[in-house]
Design a binder for this molecule. Structure first.
Ligand code: ADP
Ligand code: MG
Length: 348
């Protein structure tokens, strides 16, 4: 049994009597917690009582915590063969893993195919170099430097996703190349958000919105007003008084944004962020931010990273080919473009 989170849950309540059916009174609650996926999780939704809502929040927390531990690439957890362990055994032996890891990796392989390799979970060797240089540059800005291209190129020889061997019969994963490693940072948060939202929905949480560090998944509509959930797209300009550039009406949809402002460091006055184009091995330089709207939050997360790495025209072509999926691009000069149906979600 996992530890109770009630103590660290911040629950607030708004009361909206439901007049339509006269008898039921659903109330709106919010909860938030801090420690999962290195970010803030917030849950908003409707329930009959505070206890019922707290139960849903607990279910979501427990669920996300399991995914967080399974998909962690940095830390060990007793009794769990997580993605870090798969990396530790690269080139040594297959590792027996939970089905949820296999499902994530299969999903990630689909995203790789769909995006022509622009989101690649086998890109860990290159991403680790960027991660180390960025961390050092943030800790010691005066000595911040870029990773040398020859090191990046050498590491990029060890990023072949076909060498991620999944044996579903034995429930094992094996990295065939001892120099390679998995980095699921582009996909795992959205994928876990989708699974946790779906799990809570099946338990009865049928009107809500779940945000794991801005990876948002909405469930149905607001139970009182029957309006869609209103979800903001953050203004990349954090100095501006305008917090959100757009507010979207979302019902049973996800919104995920990848942006240059999320994680970066500065070298010689220029910012270098955390989404790396597998072709150039450098941070993609097309946009400030890229948002995806579609139902599945895992797909939204994967696409947000992939399309960030693709020039606008090609990205638009890709998005228009995928059913019920829309994108919004914010360019470096502040221009905004969106795919054909994106506008239908904008309320302001
Ligand atoms: P965030 O996790 O900050 O919300 P993203 O979903 O765009 O943003 O994921 C960025 C993370 O994905 C990076 O921190 C890194 O771990 C990983 N990553 C960066 N570039 C790629 C890439 N081309 N393919 C796969 N993963 C990537
Ligand atoms: Mg992503």
């Amino acid at each position: 049994m996992s530890k109770k989170i009630i103590a660290c849950l911040l629950i607030t309540v708004f009361i909206f009597p439901l007049t339509a059916c006269g008898t039921t009174e659903l109330k709106r609650y919010d909860a938030s917690f801090l420690e999962l996926f290195d970010t803030v999780t917030t849950i908003t939704g409707y329930a009959g009582t505070k206890e019922e809502f707290t139960e849903y929040a607990q279910i979501i927390y427990d669920n996300l915590k399991e995914y967080h531990e399974l998909y962690d690439i940095y830390n060990d957890y007793e009794g769990i063969n997580n993605i870090k362990i798969i990396n530790d055994y690269a080139g040594i032996k297959p590792v027996k893993v939970d089905q949820r890891i296999i499902d994530l990796l299969k999903f990630a392989k689909e995203a790789y195919e769909l995006s022509d390799g622009k989101v690649n979970i086998a890109f860990g060797a290159v991403l680790k170099i960027w991660h180390d240089y960025r961390t050092r540059g943030i800790d010691n800005p005066a000595e911040a430097e870029l990773p040398p291209l020859d090191i990046l190129e050498e590491k990029s020889l060890h990023t072949d996703i076909n060498k991620v061997i999944i044996d579903e019969k034995d429930s094992t994963v094996y990295l065939e190349d001892s120099e390679m490693s998995l980095d699921v940072g582009a996909i795992a948060k959205g994928y876990a958000t989708e699974q946790a939202a779906d799990f809570a929905y099946k338990k009865g949480f049928t009107s809500g919105s779940l945000s794991v560090g801005g990876n948002v998944r909405t469930l149905e509509r607001k139970a009182d007003s029957k309006e869609a959930w209103k979800i903001g797209i953050q203004n990349p300009d954090s100095d501006s008084d305008i917090k959100n550039l757009y507010i979207l009406d979302l019902e049973n949809l996800s919104l995920v944004t990848s942006g240059v402002y999320e994680r970066y460091y500065t070298v010689d006055g220029k910012q270098y962020h955390h989404i790396i184009d597998p072709e150039t091995l450098m941070p993609a330089d097309y946009f400030i931010s890229l948002s995806i709207v579609c139902r599945d939050s895992g797909m939204a997360d994967a696409l947000s990273t992939a399309v960030f790495n693709i020039p606008y025209e090609q990205g638009l072509e890709l998005i228009e080919k995928i059913p019920d999926t829309e994108a919004l691009w914010i360019f470096k000069n502040g221009d905004v473009k969106y795919s054909s149906d994106f506008e239908s979600y904008i309320t302001k």
